[in-house]
Design a protein around this ligand. Structure first.
Ligand SMILES: CC(C)(COP(=O)(O)OP(=O)(O)OC[C@H]1O[C@@H](n2cnc3c(N)ncnc32)[C@H](O)[C@@H]1OP(=O)(O)O)[C@@H](O)C(=O)NCCC(=O)NCCS
Length: 298
């Protein structure tokens, strides 16, 4: 009884300083689960706006979240249960991250391995973690929950696009999760009001996450092959973030984007794929390209 009282008192004081644990340096108790009800979906919409700063024409509305979840997609949230009043499972006021996926179908050659039947997969459209909660593993946990839910339903592939200039996202997608990339889309979305896009063309790489492949299993278990033959490297300097954020220097970011666009397109046309990603001590990133046949992707 005495210890329970102490624990409750400490939890109360921690909750006064949310985002939790920041003052005490502790990791908050985060629950990862499927979002439920209109209020939680609306909290995802608000976090979307907070993250990207979209104008109303670009915002994905609550109704779209609702429908995609209903027809076989996913809306998975991260909830900080130490926020005052959040309860054991969290709720709309304690949502600190989400990932949104749509159901998709591949046909014919795209269905992979010449399968005669159409193949279901998920297209993960958006993931956000609230500032102040980043770099604590929540992004990885949201993706792992996506994977678990997909496999439970017999879905073995999740794809998503990402900005080739975003070093952090490339590190997360390729190095930590084991996604492979073999497609490049030039100015995929057209004009975007995203703050993170900074007015640059919306070029995107396509991440293919073969959920139960030996390659992905090895990466998730921390045992990636270190004997891969890397034929080419495409680099992104750490200063890209500053260049994008400054109007005076944005041209330099654009120049890197255009140069790398050509390199990716050319390498993919020769059958190469992004099979690895490394960052150096200064935060510069390098996409490693080689033949995907080296990886066990099925
Ligand atoms: C992308 C995002 C969801 C990741 O969430 P997160 O909770 O910070 O991710 P995690 O903590 O699980 O993993 C991030 C990894 O990247 C690393 N990282 C952080 N900054 C980095 C950088 N500049 N370069 C390379 N790696 C970086 C972290 O160290 C961590 O790796 P580690 O666990 O080995 O240390 C979050 O940063 C975000 O919301 N960004 C804005 C929106 C966005 O870009 N969404 C993705 C596209 S839809």
């Amino acid at each position: 009884m005495f210890f329970e009282l102490i624990a409750r008192t400490m939890a109360f004081f921690r909750s006064l300083f949310s985002p939790c644990g920041l003052l005490f340096g502790a990791t908050p108790m985060i629950v990862i689960r499927s979002c439920q009800g209109q209020a939680e979906l609306e909290a995802c919409v608000q976090l979307q706006v907070e993250t990207w700063g979209y104008d109303p024409t670009d915002v994905i509305p609550r109704k779209a979240f609702l429908v995609w979840q209903k027809v076989g997609g996913q809306v998975i949230g991260a909830f900080d249960t130490e926020i005052a009043g959040a309860g054991d499972e969290g709720g709309p006021e304690s949502l600190v991250g989400f990932v949104l996926a749509l159901p998709g179908i591949k046909f014919g050659a795209e269905a992979n391995a010449g399968a005669a039947e159409p193949r279901p997969y998920l297209h993960s459209h958006m993931m956000a973690v609230k500032e102040g909660y980043r770099n604590r593993g929540l992004g990885v946990r949201l993706k792992l929950e996506q994977r678990k839910d997909a496999l439970k339903r017999g879905i073995r592939l999740i794809e998503w696009t990402f900005d080739p200039l975003e070093i952090k996202n490339a590190f997360l997608n390729i190095h930590k999760l084991g996604a492979v990339v073999r497609s490049y889309f030039e100015d995929f979305y057209g004009v975007s009001s995203s703050r993170l896009q900074a007015g640059l063309p919306t070029d995107r790489l396509l991440a293919e996450w073969q959920l139960d492949s030996p390659h992905v299993l090895a990466i998730l278990e921390g045992g990636a092959k270190n004997s891969l033959v890397v034929e080419e490297v495409i680099q992104v300097p750490a200063t890209i973030y500053e260049w994008k954020a400054s109007e005076a220097e944005r041209e330099r970011a654009l120049a890197i984007q255009m140069e790398n666009r050509q390199k990716f397109l050319e390498a993919f046309s020769r059958g190469l794929a992004v099979i690895g990603f490394v960052r150096d001590a200064d935060g510069n990133g390098s996409f490693e390209l080689g033949h995907p046949t080296q990886l066990e992707l099925n």
